[in-house]
Design a binder for this molecule. Structure first.
Ligand code: ZN
Length: 198
């Protein structure tokens, strides 16, 4: 077993032309058979920036992209990785949230990140969805996805590596960032999400 687990901690603060909308924490796992990326970045060019980091540690391709939520930085880089052969997985509630908020997200990114910086960014939805949970294996690494939202967003999902005892929390946990309790957030559900995580 030669898996390696990485966190990509995007810049704190808001979305800017410099951070290309990647103001969040992402993760990736290098397995024997390819890379699994947790969340694809806020824009096509943001995805490219994440891919450059992945290439610093492995030549293996990104086989799967998991969207832990429906917020822009969780999925609007999907297209970049899909063009390169990745398969995208998300909960049904995440995909519904993405459809619902796409216009608002693109409008906000155009304003905050910039019209030039969002060139190439197109909505690309999951190839495969699940209702509450799913499990798959790549190489010798087990991945368990569990929808725990509504929390920060309606479909928030955890990605759990049982053998490593590592969880990718997406927007369920904020470290060094101010939690966004927004119109689509549910405080009560968020408490349940913490219970599920524990
Ligand atoms: Zn977020």
């Amino acid at each position: 077993m030669s898996e390696q687990v990485y966190a990509v901690v995007g810049p704190y603060g808001g979305r800017t032309p410099q951070n290309l909308g990647n103001n969040a924490t992402f993760g990736f796992v290098v397995t024997d058979e390819g890379v699994v990326l947790i969340d694809s970045g806020g824009t096509y060019q943001g995805a490219e920036a994440i891919d450059r980091l992945i290439k610093q540690v492995t030549d293996k391709p990104v086989k799967y992209v998991l969207n832990s939520g429906g917020q822009d930085h969780r999925w609007l880089g999907n297209g970049y990785f899909k063009e390169r052969g990745a398969r995208v997985i998300a909960s049904e509630a995440v995909v519904a949230d993405q459809h619902k908020r796409l216009q608002d997200q693109m409008f906000m990114l155009g304003n905050q990140v910039g019209e030039k910086e969002i060139v190439g960014t197109e909505p690309v939805y999951a190839d495969e969805t699940f209702t509450d949970s799913m499990r798959f294996i790549l190489g010798s690494t087990v991945f368990e996805l569990q929808r725990v939202g509504p929390a920060h967003t309606p479909g928030d999902s955890l990605v759990w590596l049982p053998r490593k005892k590592i969880v990718f929390t997406g927007d369920v946990v904020f470290v060094g960032r101010i939690p966004g309790v927004l119109a689509h957030s549910k405080s009560k559900g968020w408490i349940n999400a913490f219970d599920a995580m524990a």
